[in-house]
Write a protein that binds this ligand. Structure first.
Ligand code: PAF
Length: 282
């Protein structure tokens, strides 16, 4: 395992991989790794002959400074977990924000279009511009053949797709299925911020997605939304931020587009102030 902490060393290391024409797989993360991340790393390890995991809590994608401050950090364990998959996986863990941004933590301008104006795009203004900024930098540095992202952040995968289509047409995007705990809660680094009691009740989020999948063609939308809101808000400190059904490519509302596409339910629930997002293909 190579653990690289600065860009100069990284570029030198990557030079020899390029010479050997290795198929490079990239798994960008913000650390605090869980089984969801590990499934991405395993998928990369299976299909590529050089794998890089990046661990970097990217400041430009946090619209809320408190969220940035409280984002869980567990670098030592992250390295152990990666090593337990294979000692042949490499890690880039920049030693400072400057290593990536120099003195300029500005967001780059990307034309993300409509997908940036709905769901998380509304709730977290600037978030996807920050994601596109860091991912663009990482793609430029690594020039990977294949990149791995989780279905849990489905809207994020559409942003990555837009970036790839616009600037990196040779990169293959692999979206790996959401990993859930036994109650159905999608694994997320933010789950660590929940109290034990709330954590136990979070299965209701996935239950609501399953309920919606079962009923969205039978119940009209306002009624479905009311039912989901009441299921979620039965539990103290659980607040429904949004539940929406949208086309999985255009993110047009179900009912507004020609309804021939594939639709997904998207949900965001605030639990004790922690935003938990999930989605499901209908
Ligand atoms: O999904 C994440 O952890 C982050 O948004 C990502 C893709 C690593 C960019 O910082």
């Amino acid at each position: 395992m190579q653990i690289v902490k600065n860009i100069i060393d990284l570029k030198n290391t990557l030079k020899s991989s390029k010479k050997e024409e290795k198929k490079i797989g990239l798994v960008p993360t913000m650390g605090s790794l869980h089984e969801g991340h590990l499934s991405l790393i395993k998928a990369a390890f299976k299909s590529c002959n050089e794998v890089w995991v990046t661990i970097f809590i990217n400041p430009t994608q946090f619209n809320d400074p408190k969220d940035f401050e409280s984002y869980p950090k567990d670098f030592e364990n992250d390295i152990k977990k990666i090593n337990s998959i294979s000692c042949n996986i490499n890690v880039f863990i920049p030693e400072s924000v400057n290593e990536i941004y120099q003195d300029n933590t500005n967001i780059d301008e990307f034309e993300l279009g409509f997908i940036n104006t709905v769901l998380e795009g509304i709730s977290r203004p600037g978030h996807f511009d920050g994601v596109a900024t860091i991912i663009n930098k990482l793609f430029e540095i690594f020039r990977p053949q294949v990149v791995f992202f989780g279905e849990k952040d489905f809207q994020q995968t559409l942003v990555i797709r837009t970036l790839i289509d616009g600037f990196f047409p040779n990169i293959i995007l692999v979206v790996c299925p959401t990993v859930r705990n036994k109650n159905g809660l999608a694994l997320s680094s933010r789950n660590k911020l929940l109290s034990a009691n709330s954590y136990k009740q979070c299965g209701i989020i996935f239950d609501c997605l399953l309920f919606a999948k079962e009923n969205y063609l039978k119940i009209d939308y306002p009624d479905l939304l009311r039912k989901i809101k009441s299921k979620i808000e039965k539990t103290n400190d659980f607040n429904l931020e949004y539940f929406e059904i949208r086309d999985e490519i255009t993110l047009e509302h179900f009912g507004k587009s020609n309804d021939k596409g594939r639709f997904r339910g998207f949900i965001c629930v605030k639990v004790e102030g922690v935003r938990l997002i999930d989605n499901l293909l209908f």
